[in-house]
Write a protein that binds this ligand. Structure first.
Ligand code: FAD
Length: 473
């Protein structure tokens, strides 16, 4: 049961964007509330995105490693090594529960009022909450409003998701059994991560991708090629340049028809499960944005200015529902910045330096510009590369696939982009983000001491190769 309340800040949506905004606003002394209709906090990311997918990726990798690498690592296993899907899913659920519950604890700690329900506009200052637990709806008056309603999987025209045989990114995280065959429409990050999980657990995975390269926009072409090679070696099949025309479920089988873009030939494949992973789209249904005439662009993103303000200066919008990369850390940083704009009049997010990570094995991570972007912009650059096969820690770990690649200004050696494929690339990219943020040159990185033996020495040596020779290669 809700009572009518007034708050300095009301955040609509409790995902990474919304919950960061709410906590930061409360920390800054503002009376803050957050409305979330899912029943648990953390949004797509904690409930059906980043966190459950990484739980499955990590544990399926451990299983696969034990199964395929034990003997070369000197570990004797008696009996058969088998995955237990029920327990894998239990482990995933436990992680999700701990983390979403953790956000609720943080809300209590910082005094954020949590309304469990759908929030919608009555007018520019008043929001209606329809509680999900059958309580009485309430109106909240807000001095400032931050919209953080996120995104949802994009549908594929004509293909109906039943979350059983034809699934989206939510369904594929909770399959009841390992499909013998898994077809995936979309060779972007979500498709490749989920393909990795189920391939390790025993599925025969086929990726159907319209483009002629995997990884989606942003992934450096050289890295994308290497990634495809490694994933192929792990058993994933790729059909690039494949334009899917339709998919039909008959009983327990899905028939997928696609056109080979190059030859025009129409082909069919059959699968036990089909994952549709063709991207995500902004989500704002239920918000009643029409009531106040909020502006949307062609892609249904809410239009904002550089301080996250909509056409109303007291209504901001952040995260997946507005412009920019659909990534949790981008939404989080915007949440913090939006709250700081309200209280302090200033905030900071550098959109030229948002890292992206694919948690396959090896991992792929990058930040800044790639070669294709620099060529298009006419920037003169130099590259430097160092392979993990020449790094002592990677050798020790018997995990040597991949390389670190630097792209730097041809004249000043200022780092413009870093692209890594290799073990722990997702952790290592943090150093690149910091280097770019502070305008470091390759030599600056080379002059900084890196511990031995660590994978980060490959990072340092890759920086060296831009202007001089590396020591170990
Ligand atoms: P969301 O997380 O979508 O949260 C929005 C919330 O608002 C939802 O909980 C929704 O219920 C609520 N809401 C919507 N409308 C209303 C309303 N009217 N009233 C009340 N509540 C409302 N990103 C990464 O950075 N790293 C990853 O590894 C990663 N992996 C992913 C894996 C998968 C399978 C998927 C699907 C996504 C992944 N993402 C990843 C993307 C990431 O989840 C999103 O970018 C991030 O969640 C966006 O945060 P957000 O706060 O903008 O929106």
């Amino acid at each position: 049961l809700f009572s009518t309340k007034k708050h300095d800040v009301v955040v609509i949506g409790g995902g990474p964007g919304g919950y960061f905004a709410a906590i930061r606003a409360a920390q800054l002394g503002l009376d803050t509330a957050c409305i979330e209709k899912r029943g648990s906090l953390g949004g797509t990311c904690l409930n059906v995105g980043c966190i459950p997918s990484k739980a499955l990726l990590n544990n399926s990798h451990l299983y696969h490693q034990v199964k395929t690498e034990s003997s070369k690592r000197g570990i004797h296993i008696q009996g058969e090594v088998k995955p237990n899907l029920v327990n894998l899913m239990k482990a995933k659920k436990a992680t999700v529960k701990q983390l979403t519950g953790g956000v609720e604890i943080l809300f209590r700690k910082y005094g954020v009022t949590y309304y469990k329900g759908n929030g919608s506009f009555v007018d520019e200052h008043n929001l209606k909450v329809d509680p999900i637990d059958g309580g009485i709806e309430a109106t909240i008056e807000a001095k400032n409003i931050i919209i953080a309603t996120g995104s949802e999987p994009s549908p594929f025209p004509g293909i109906e998701i039943d979350q059983e045989r034809i699934v989206d990114s939510t369904g594929v995280l909770s399959l009841a059994e390992t499909p013998k065959r898994l077809a995936i429409i979309g060779g972007g990050i979500i498709g490749l991560e989920m393909g990795s999980v189920w391939s390790r657990l025993g599925s025969e995975v086929t990726i159907l991708e319209f483009q002629t390269a995997i990884g989606g926009a942003g992934m450096d072409a050289e890295v994308a090629k290497a990634t495809q090679k490694f994933l192929k070696k792990q058993g994933l099949n790729f059909q690039l340049g494949a334009k899917v025309r339709k998919a039909t479920r008959t009983g327990d089988e899905v028939d997928i028809e696609f056109e080979d873009v190059k030859t025009g030939e129409v082909k069919n494949i059959q699968s036990d499960v089909l994952l549709v992973a063709v991207g995500r789209r902004p989500y704002s249904s239920g918000l009643n944005a029409e009531a106040i005439g909020l502006e949307f662009d062609k892609k249904k993103r809410i239009v904002i200015d550089s301080e996250y303000r909509t056409k109303y200066s007291h209504i901001q919008c952040i995260g997946d529902v507005t412009f920019g990369a659909m990534l949790a850390h981008k939404a989080e940083d915007e949440g913090v910045a939006a709250a700081e704009y309200i209280k302090l009049g200033t905030g900071h997010v550098n959109y030229d330096n948002i890292p992206a990570v694919m948690y396959s094995h090896p991992e792929v991570a990058w930040t800044g510009k790639n070669e294709e972007e620099l060529k298009a912009a006419g920037v003169k650059y130099k590259t430097g590369k160092f392979p993990f096969v020449a790094n002592s820690r990677a050798k020790t770990n018997m995990d040597t696939e991949g390389f670190v690649k630097f792209i730097a200004d041809a004249e000043t050696q200022k780092v413009l982009g870093v692209h890594i494929i290799g073990p722990n690339a997702g952790e290592m990219i943090a150093e690149a983000v910091l280097a770019i943020e502070y305008g470091a040159s390759c030599e600056d990185i080379y002059r900084v001491c890196h511990a031995h033996p660590t994978l980060s020495e490959a990072f340092k040596e890759a920086a060296m190769t831009v202007f001089d020779k590396p020591i170990n290669y």
